[in-house]
Design a protein around this ligand. Structure first.
Ligand code: FES
Length: 105
């Protein structure tokens, strides 16, 4: 699996997110207490940008219609009928790297 550097370690403060490009995907990169999680920045409902959503603990709420997703799995928290593709994260001394393809669900 290929990885690409997407952010400096100081770019995304804890408790926030940012949209970045990983290969051909736009990815929402979240920082929760220094641990990074990455989901495709496209809500499976109608395409809302998850990086602009509300972050609470390990859940992001889509800013368009409030579907909620677990950052660890990409799964919808209300039921197993929708999920967001998840990307592998590696933190190195010079920044945050993401896989350029989603992790198999
Ligand atoms: S687009 Fe995300 S909940 Fe509708």
């Amino acid at each position: 699996m290929d990885f690409v550097r997407v952010a400096d370690l100081t770019t995304i403060p804890s408790g926030s997110a940012r949209a970045v490009m990983a290969g051909r995907y736009e990815v929402a990169l979240f920082n929760v207490d220094g641990v990074y999680y990455a989901l495709e920045n496209v809500c499976p409902h109608q395409g809302g940008p998850l990086a602009d959503g509300w972050l609470e603990n390990l859940t992001v709420t889509c800013p368009w219609h409030a579907w909620c997703f677990d950052l660890r799995t990409g799964n919808l928290t209300l039921g197993a009928f929708a999920a967001v593709p998840r990307f592998e994260v590696r933190v190195e001394q010079d920044g945050v790297y993401l896989s350029t393809e989603p992790v198999a669900q």
